[in-house]
Design a protein around this ligand. Sequence first.
Ligand code: BGC
Length: 719
Amino acid sequence: MKSSPLAGFILVLAFASRLNSTAAASPIYEDAAAPLETRVEDLLSRLTLEEKIAIVHADSKFTTAAIPRLGMPRRWLDDGPHGVREDIGPDTWNAAGRTDDFSTAMPAGICLAATWNPDLGFSEGEAIGQEARARGKDIMLGPGVNILRTPLCGRNFEYLGEDPWLSGAMCTGYIRGEQSQDISSCVKHFALNNQEFERGTINVEVDERALREIYLPAFQAAVQQGGVWSVMGAYNQLRGQHCCENDYLLNKILKEEWGFKGLVMSDWDGAHDTRECALNGLDLEMGTEKKYEDYYLAQPYLNLIKAGELPAAGLDEKVRRNLRVMFATHVFDAGRKTGSLNTAAHQAVARRVAEEGIVLLKNEGGTLPLEVAKLKTIAVIGENATRLHAHGGDSSGIKAFYEINPFAGIVSRVGKKVNVIYSEGYAKDGGADLAERAVAAAKAADAVIYIGGLNHDKGFDCEGADRKDMKLPYDQNELIRKIVAANPKTIVVLEGTMVEMDAWLDKVPALVQAWYPGMEGGNALAGVLFGDVNPSGKLPATFPKMLADSPAHASGNAPGNYPGTNGTVTYAEGLLVGYRWYDTKHIEPQFPFGFGLSYTTFEYANLKLIPGDGSNALVTAQFDLKNTGNRAGAEVAQLYVHEQNPALPRPEKELKGFKKVFLQPGETRTVAIPLNRGAFSYYDPARKSWVAQPDVFEIEAGSSAGDIRLHDQFTLAGK
Ligand code: BGC
């Protein structure tokens, strides 16, 4: 059939008008195929001044306002590093009381770091990202990468240990995994939030080298390798200026030097002044204890812009950064990932992180693994055996879908074949005959599994308070001594972060560090104790013999070094944090950084330094790693660098690479760890840059900072 010219004309008109209306209905910012920056600029150009202001501050405890006119949904933020926290009421810190906000509780950050497995970091981030999407979140407040400076810091359990390289590698994997799910991670707390004491006000004085070489690299890795989209400022001050409005940290280093394009948000109630927030790099104000319209970046900011006292361009830049994060996480796009919650796959990740993060610290005479067939009765002793930890620790706590405590894990592992008796042993408020009953239980058993340590109670691994000392609380030292006297086959398992160990350490044949191992922790621990899992965790922080040995507490524990005097804490130890301190000062730790035993043994051989190929690596350290025992297992091979004649003092050695290698019995693999220029560099404050000077460098491969197996020299020639 032939159509008339008029009909054709009408058709063309209709098509053209449809095109027009499509263009009107679909602005560029809504076009998922348009370049991200084009979308940002397009949406920015459509916002009123008031709408822009709404984007840079909260409208409830964990949200920012929607702009329905432009199809912009409310943004939901949530803690935290170990999973998706339960929902909080809009205007209080009380739980919202929902029944659909249970989620997978991953082990604490320090346990993840102890896996030394960046691939697991990715898996954990990915799982949390999926759960965050399923719970309708946009930005997740983690990972936390503050360096462990003092064992006393209340939040060490959330962070990734004492080493910048390890923290950087682990957070990079986590961020990539989480952000692959259309969620923005938010690395925190930038920077120098290394103690909880006076955290909201304490002023940190730190020299430039320590800042650059110790405290910033993990953040830099998060930005430049992880591609993190959000950064949370810290509560404390650096050199007299609050970190959430710190020109040097936020404008100069993060944005100018590192090229960070995403948004900086305040910690909750970490903003203090409109002008400083406006000018010094804060892009989103959260948690201020004021009415939302009175936030520093709300009405007061608007007023100053309208009065011409603050530039409107500054606000545009903040909005741009917020929009970038929205587009990067596909907030406006139909195909945005929708995630999944409480899946078996996520639970399996929680279990693997715990299995690989639990550290075997002592194992005399093959005490572990225990053999079910050889046991009739086990006494499980200690409050931590039955205590649940996932919900503890404040903002990083998780309303776990379920949680297997150590006792449940052990009982389920041994089944009916072994009689498991439980004795609490100690309690917060004491208790008349707890210790006596525990000793009686120990006497009646073939083996004792003591499960103690810290527990997230106030002052024992929590937010807002440091520990007072590094001792085991609740008279546990005395209790363990009594128990091991009653039954020499006593295996001590400690949860929480590091503690001083006393005379019992020589008496107990086996010691396991289990951190806070998450919702599958009990199963993972039982797997390690009974040999289904060959432990492969390594300490992400040195365990000193006593607090006074540690860098922030040595030199007669000058209070200025910790916790600070008159509101200022001075990092007098400078660069010498963690093993850098113990090695350089020749102080023998209880257990060195990077240490952890296995049920098998590994041999290192044939170190070769292979010259760079013109790409990034100046040299590649290559060596053979062999499993010389009769069980499959994994070793974390660590590579340290020592400069022979440094122009400025350098630590005895510095970790510059590692690889976790899984080996069958008898299997050998060649490990190759590339070292680029950065591996040889130090920060030179005079030149304001990183410098790798021509020199001879010792390249050391080993099983821990205290156990170097191979070394060779590399000469870095002049240009
Ligand atoms: C903590 C942050 C946390 C925020 C929101 C603050 O007290 O320092 O780590 O993300 O609260 O809960």
